[in-house]
Design a protein. Structure first.
Length: 69
């Protein structure tokens, strides 16, 4: 897979995102259609959202990475 642009994010920031929303994601397979995690990375920051159909968690962090070209 070829990437036109690459970026680096501090592991601690990604760990914080996952830790903040992980409780809302479920491993129960009987309701797969309502379980999910979204990780969005844009120039202004990162967002992670998780849900299991009953709970919803969202966290945003501002960008603190550099683009590598």
């Amino acid at each position: 897979m070829k990437f036109d642009k690459a970026w680096k994010a501090a592991a601690g920031v990604v760990h914080k995102l996952v830790g903040h929303v992980a409780f809302a994601a479920s491993t129960e397979e009987s309701r797969r259609f309502s379980n999910g995690v979204l990780w969005s990375c844009v120039l202004t920051g990162m967002r992670m959202v998780a849900t299991n159909g009953h709970r919803l968690a969202k966290m945003d962090v501002p960008a603190n990475w550099r683009l590598h070209r």
